[in-house]
Each structure stands twice: as structure tokens, then as C-alpha cells.
Design a binder for this molecule. Structure first.
Ligand SMILES: [Zn+2]
Length: 353
């Protein structure tokens, strides 16, 4: 294993960021290579913890000559977001500098297929240069996993339509409850930029050719524990073995659970707060609900008759995630319902906000 500390200059003199990149050498240059990163949203730590346990397993495989394909690991992919503490709170999702979501606005290929990457010295904000560098680092890897998490959530994956069901092995290995299948979108998330590049390299049959990219939602922000991190590391390791990156004995792949839900992204109903106030949930991630069922109440005028506003299920479905904070504004996202049917408010895009 070889570790490099890359320097990303900040936007003003005298300040810079460190990006730590670990490279594990594979024995066969033709074997699939894998790239894993975590912490792109700086306040999402389950992936960081999982990679903490996966990395020694990769080192052992490398030392024993069982690492067939090369593996690159960036366990803390966003030092800019990591540094955004404000008044003792941490804001890791949006850039304080530009207000852009750290998982949006990645350079996409132009009509000729060229990707307009910003070089280290390009006269653009540091976050743009970081995004270009992460894309560059992931290039040359047939397997690219971007480890995120939701607020309070089930384990689930985002997968491009073209890569499903080829990626059902990832869902099984990570014990995911659901897969959100997306199609062409205007968001330019990291996953989409990588997918666009892979599509150019391998064409529409890229899934059959072993190409793989996914935004992996490792449950919720509070789900950071040695137990879960080891479980996720074991799942990632098993996936890499099954994909031919590592040689080892692992359990053969079982079928997806009968309860596993893999549906298009337009089945996701993102429910917004009809009023601001104190949030009381009546359901939790994993609950199956019926249309009209009470999901949450918002206490607008506590203790008064009619002082609570109800939020009800717009259709039958699975509660995928819910908001972590219990004091909300009108219009805030409250809950994601993975509906049995297409949402009446479906939007295009690979990811929600
Ligand atoms: Zn995220």
C-alpha cells in the first residue's frame, strides 16, 4: 500500500487542504480495479468508518498476493466540507463558499466526449478543483463506489438503470433494503459524471462488462458503530472478491430478499413540511405504510386544539428515510417514501437534494 497526501490550495493565500489517497497494487493489470471514497458530504461518517475496517483487509490481501486488481481508497474525500464547523455545529452538505451541494456540479463530458476537468492551478474555487481531482482519481477503475448516508434511513443504493440488475450483487453484499434506479439527469453528481465516462468507455452494455458505479447510502448519519462499520467492510470485501478484485473464499451470492425494493427514482415521494414546528414521527424507516396513513405531525401551536398539522402518506410504500432534526421549517424535507407507484410529484434527477 502506498499513501499519497495531495495538497489542494484554498481560495486565498496561506491556506490549503490535504487529500489522503491510499493505493493498493493489484497483481494483474487486466483485472478489475476498484475505487472507493467516503465523506464527500463531510457530515456523513458511516462510510469513513467502514473503510477504516476494510483497509487492513485490503492490506492483508495485498501482502499475501491475493489482491488481483488495484484498489484506490480515499476515506475522507472532502477536506473542504470536513472543515466547515460553524458555531460548534458542522455543515457538510453544501459549500459555505458557494452554497453548492458538494455532490453536484461535477464536470460532465461534452458533446465530443471530452471532460472539462479543472487542473490544480485552474482559476476556479477549491471545491471545483477537488471535484475534478476526485473524478480523475476514480478514472481507470471499473468499480467506483461513493459511500454516503442519509439522515435516518435504511441501507440503500442509487444505481443507473443501465446497471440494474447487474449490480444486484452489491445490494446483496451490503444487505441493502432498496435500490433507487435513476436515468439521465441534470444533477451532475459524482456518480453521474463517473457513469457518463463509463458509458463512453464501454457503451450501453457496461454492466455486463463489469463496470459498476453507485452512490451507496449506508443508513443514517447516526449509524456509526464498530458493529455496522465491520458489517459494511465485510460486505464491501465480499463484493470485491465476487467481482474478481480479491482472491478469497466467501459465501456464494444469495438471492435478493423478497422484501428488497428496486424501483425507478420517480417512485420516491419526498414529503415536505406543510408547516414549521416540532416534528413528531409516527413511522420509522422500514415501515410499510398505506395511502392516507399518518406519517408525522408538526406541532405548530403546542397544546392548543388544532395546533398540530398532520402529514399523511400520498400512496402505499416503504419509509426509506426520515429527517434527523426535529425542529423544522415550512417546506423542509421530512420523509422519503419509496412508493409502490410513480410519485405524483416525480422529478428528474439521480439524487434528491
Ligand atoms: Zn451524501
Amino acid at each position: 500500500m502506498h499513501t499519497e497526501i495531495e495538497r489542494i490550495a484554498a481560495d486565498t493565500p496561506g491556506t490549503s487542504y490535504e487529500l489522503v489517497v491510499h493505493r493498493y497494487g493489484g497483481g494483474d493489470p487486466d483485472a478489475p480495479a476498484a475505487y472507493l471514497q467516503a465523506g464527500l458530504h463531510g457530515n456523513e461518517r458511516p462510510g469513513v468508518a467502514a473503510l477504516h475496517y476494510l483497509m487492513p483487509m485490503l492490506a492483508t490481501a495485498e501482502a499475501e498476493g491475493r489482491l488481483v486488481g488495484a484498489v484506490t481508497v480515499v476515506p475522507q474525500a472532502n477536506p473542504i466540507a470536513a472543515g466547515q464547523h460553524v458555531l460548534a455545529d458542522h455543515l457538510g452538505r453544501f459549500s459555505l463558499s458557494t452554497r453548492v451541494n458538494f455532490n453536484r456540479d461535477y464536470p460532465m463530458p461534452d458533446a465530443d466526449g471530452a471532460v472539462p476537468l479543472d487542473a490544480a492551478e485552474a482559476p476556479v474555487f477549491a471545491e471545483r478543483r477537488l471535484k475534478s481531482r476526485l473524478l480523475e482519481l476514480s478514472d481507470g477503475h471499473r468499480i467506483v463506489l461513493d459511500l454516503h448516508c442519509d439522515d435516518e434511513a435504511l441501507q440503500y443504493l442509487y444505481v443507473a438503470d443501465e446497471l440494474w440488475p447487474a449490480l444486484s450483487d452489491l445490494s446483496v453484499c451490503l444487505r441493502a433494503d432498496a435500490v433507487i434506479r435513476w436515468h439521465a439527469t441534470p444533477d451532475a453528481a459524482f456518480e453521474e459524471a463517473v457513469f457518463a465516462r463509463m458509458l463512453q468507455q464501454a457503451g450501453p452494455e457496461l454492466g455486463q462488462a463489469g463496470y459498476c458505479v453507485s452512490t451507496v447510502e449506508l443508513r443514517g448519519q447516526g449509524d456509526v458503530s464498530p458493529y455496522l462499520a465491520r458489517q459494511d467492510a465485510d460486505g464491501l470485501y465480499r463484493f470485491l472478491v465476487l467481482r474478481g478484485v480479491i482472491e478469497d473464499d466467501v459465501e456464494p451470492l444469495e438471492e435478493l430478499a423478497a422484501s428488497h425494493r428496486a424501483l425507478p427514482i420517480d417512485h420516491v415521494d419526498v414529503l415536505h413540511a406543510p408547516a414549521g414546528g416540532t416534528l413528531l414521527f409516527h413511522v420509522r424507516p422500514g415501515d410499510l405504510v398505506r395511502s392516507g396513513e399518518l406519517l408525522a405531525e408538526i406541532l405548530v401551536r403546542p397544546g392548543e386544539l388544532g395546533g398540530a398539522v398532520a402529514l399523511r402518506a400520498p400512496q402505499d410504500g416503504l419509509v426509506l428515510s426520515r429527517r434527523m432534526r426535529r425542529f423544522i421549517r415550512i417546506g423542509d424535507d421530512v420523509l422519503k417514501l419509496f412508493g409502490d407507484n410513480r410519485s405524483a410529484h416525480a422529478k428528474t434527477g439521480a439524487l434528491d437534494n
